[in-house]
Design a protein around this ligand. Sequence first.
Ligand SMILES: [Mg+2]
Length: 146
Amino acid sequence: MIKIPTHILLVDDEKDFVEMLALRLNETGEKVTPAYDGQMGLDILKRENIDVVILDIKMPGMDGIQVLREIKSLYPLVEVILLTGHGSAETAVEGMKLGAFDYLLKPADADELTAKLQGAREKKEAQEERIRKAEVRLLLRKGGNI
Ligand SMILES: [Mg+2]
């Protein structure tokens, strides 16, 4: 079966880390768009069809939690996986209460990342499928009233 790539937006202010992780994800067949700060990430979300955002919490300017709030208010179906150091795991849990799918401790273990990405994508697809079915039901009901 042909794998449909997950379109991932990777937002982190550490360029080396972004490049390394993007390379790794590309090798596993995913499509990655990099961003180096929160605003850049939000601009990309505006014009590209992103499935999952991998989002660093500690960034200069807009931090990851602020970016997460924006994403969840503008694109509620986009799933977010937070990236954090050991020092800010509590912030990551707060982020999950704001709608993040999960979080990962840096430097992001490959297997753990793969599993969480898959979980995030499945959650998004299941929700989109429920919405499609609800829309069909709505159309059928409207049709019945004609
Ligand atoms: Mg950072």
